[in-house]
Structures are given as C-alpha cells and as structure tokens.
Design a protein around this ligand. Structure first.
Ligand code: AMP
Ligand code: ZN
Length: 113
C-alpha cells in the first residue's frame, strides 16, 4: 500500500533499524520504545489488522511467532518477553498495518492497561 509507513519500511523505501528480514516478514526497532527492547515484527504483505488476516496468512502468522522467539533470544530477552498485537483503535492500534510488538528488558506488569 503506497501510503503505509510499514509497507515503506518493508520495501526499504523508508528507513528503520532492521533486526531481521526473512523475505515474508521484517522486524525493526520501535521509534518510541516502551521497554529497553522494543521490536516491531510485520508481514511484508499489507494486512491492516489481525482481524483482516485470512487462512492463506496462517503460515506467515506462525512464522512471526517463531521469529519473535528467535529475536528475543538474540537480543538477550529470551527469559522474559511479551508479544502484543493491538487490534483496532479501541485497543490502541495507531498504524494500520499488522504489527507485533516484542517487548522485554524490564519487568512487565499484568494486566496491561
Ligand atoms: P500501535 O499503537 O500498536 O499501532 O503501534 C504502532 C507503533 O509503531 C508505535 O509503538 C510507534 O512508536 C511505532 N512506529 C510508528 N512509526 C514508526 C516508524 N517509522 N519506525 C518505527 N516505529 C514506528
Ligand atoms: Zn502496509
């Protein structure tokens, strides 16, 4: 999608601090980190939100979770991290391209706000 910042990061048109690029997905540091480690993992395919994903996205969604665990281990937070998806404005989603927040490096409270 031409006007989507995460599509632009995925295609290399916009800059980001990339930590993983595996073909179908890309992971990069969040610009406004909410924890010492805060990575965003996004599919390269434009999907506005998780509830718009379709059965053909199943493998890619699974790959994102495996990538999250791998990135967490590589970034030294393998012993305690959180993977979060905000789905829709009411849940705090601000960027309309599916993204998973990988957070760690501090004690994370529960329940989230
Ligand atoms: P959400 O509120 O779940 O939609 O999260 C959007 C996240 O994207 C926020 O944590 C922002 O800090 C982050 N963000 C927005 N634009 C960029 C960007 N260009 N590069 C990296 N992170 C971004
Ligand atoms: Zn997009």
């Amino acid at each position: 999608m031409s006007d989507c910042i995460f599509c632009k990061i995925a295609s290399g048109e916009a800059k980001a601090r990339i930590v993983l690029d595996d073909g179908d997905l890309v992971a990069f540091l969040d610009l406004n980190p909410q924890a010492p480690t805060h990575v965003l993992i996004v599919p390269k395919k434009h999907i506005a939100k998780l509830s718009d994903a379709v059965p053909e996205d199943e493998a890619m969604l699974g790959r994102i979770q495996l990538a999250a665990a791998k990135i967490a281990a590589q970034m030294g937070i393998g012993d305690g991290f959180r993977l979060v998806v905000n789905n829709g404005r009411k849940a705090g989603q601000a960027v309309d391209h599916l993204h998973y927040h990988l957070l760690g490096g501090r004690r994370l409270q529960w329940p989230p706000g």
